[in-house]
Design a protein around this ligand. Structure first.
Ligand SMILES: O=C(O)CCC(=O)C(=O)O
Ligand SMILES: [Fe+2]
Length: 348
């Protein structure tokens, strides 16, 4: 069984220097490029950026919250806000028609004019667990910094010019991020569903810190067959100390004109313990206009004068998918709107 590639962010940290740092940065960017083309998923070694104490503390606080009585947790239910920010009970989220066997706590980027009657536009509901808000706000801050650092490293990997990177940076420098804290009880043997059903993430970059539980998160890896079709298998993405699991969402698929694929993944947790995972979704700015990047078209040797048309759901034309521009916030609202309307999950 193959495993995901592992890349270290260290040379790209602002604190990194030394005569060979530029060479190391180029190697890292190249490795990121390959990982995004081949997997859409990779381990990112961030041990020079975050400490083990920080992530252990996040896990401890999450467990403390999930151990509270149901009525306490329900006090900050998403139904008390904008339908998105807050707590969701076990089985409340649905993916592909089946309830996910997890409970979760969601936080979104704050907005300057909150209005809980507007989808996504309320205020975050912090639990009363002592120290939780402080520790998680520190984590959010770090993940936002990491988002910009990794985006720059990836831009270099895609062969972007300095001014092209600045343009891309201006689409993610006020990220409409999401932080989820997820609690997974053991999936019962007779349960025919999943802890979290197969889905693709829809945004930019997902940074997943999970507790050490093995054989829970699985990634759908496809490889070409001699006859030109592709075969696929589910591979485990078990946690590695000092690393987060990173995957790209549909926005990167559009930017890269399909060169980088947003990859299916799911969670099946049959271990005895209560699993905690903490994905941070580093998303574009709410008003970012996301469209194929010239650098991606250069790599694919696509004639940029040709019309590139669109939708959030790219359609096939011959062998090639065509991607049209989307405004991230509109795309997100449509997604959330249809999910709330139909009782479908955030992941559908
Ligand atoms: O819990 C996990 O390992 C993955 C969760 C996930 O894929 C998501 O929240 O989008
Ligand atoms: Fe996901």
């Amino acid at each position: 069984m193959s495993t995901l590639p592992l890349v270290s962010i260290t040379p790209w940290l602002p604190t990194s220097s030394g005569p060979d740092n530029d060479v190391r940065r180029r190697e890292i960017s190249q490795a990121l490029h390959s990982a995004c083309v081949e997997y859409g998923f990779f381990y990112l070694d961030i041990s020079d950026f975050v400490s083990l104490e920080e992530t252990t503390e996040l896990e401890r606080l999450a467990r403390q919250f999930f151990e509270l009585p149901q009525v306490e947790k329900d006090k900050i239910s998403i139904s008390k806000q904008d339908g998105a920010r807050g707590y969701q009970r076990l089985n409340e989220n649905v993916t592909q028609g089946k309830p996910d066997s997890h409970e979760g706590l969601d936080f979104y980027a704050p907005v300057s004019d909150p209005n809980p009657t507007r989808p996504l536009w309320g205020v975050n509901q912090w639990p009363s667990v002592p120290g939780l808000q402080h520790q998680y706000e520190k984590w959010i801050d770090k993940m936002k910094q990491l988002g910009l650092i990794l985006m720059e490293a990836m831009a270099a990997g895609l062969g972007m010019r300095a001014e092209e990177w600045l343009d891309l940076r201006s689409q993610v420098d006020d990220s409409f991020w999401v932080l989820r804290v997820i609690g997974y009880p053991r999936l019962p043997d007779d349960h025919d569903g999943f802890s979290c059903g197969a889905h693709k993430d829809y945004g930019c970059l997902t940074f997943l810190h999970a507790d050490p539980t093995p054989s829970a998160l699985q990634v759908f890896r496809t490889t070409p067959k001699p006859d030109g079709t592709r075969k696929g298998e589910w591979i485990n993405a078990d946690p590695i100390p000092g690393c987060i699991v990173v995957n790209i969402g549909e926005m990167w698929e559009i930017w890269s004109h399909g060169l980088y694929k947003s990859t299916l993944h799911r969670v099946i947790h049959r271990g005895e313990n209560y699993r905690v995972s903490i994905p941070f979704f580093f998303e574009p700015n709410f008003d970012a206009l996301v469209k194929p990047l010239p650098a991606a078209l250069r790599v694919q040797e696509i004639n940029t004068r040709r019309e590139v048309s669109v939708s959030a759901h790219p359609h096939e034309m011959g062998q090639m998918k065509l991607y049209t521009p989307v405004t991230y916030g509109e795309f997100l609202l449509k997604k959330v709107g249809s999910n709330f309307g139909t009782g479908k999950g955030k992941y559908d």
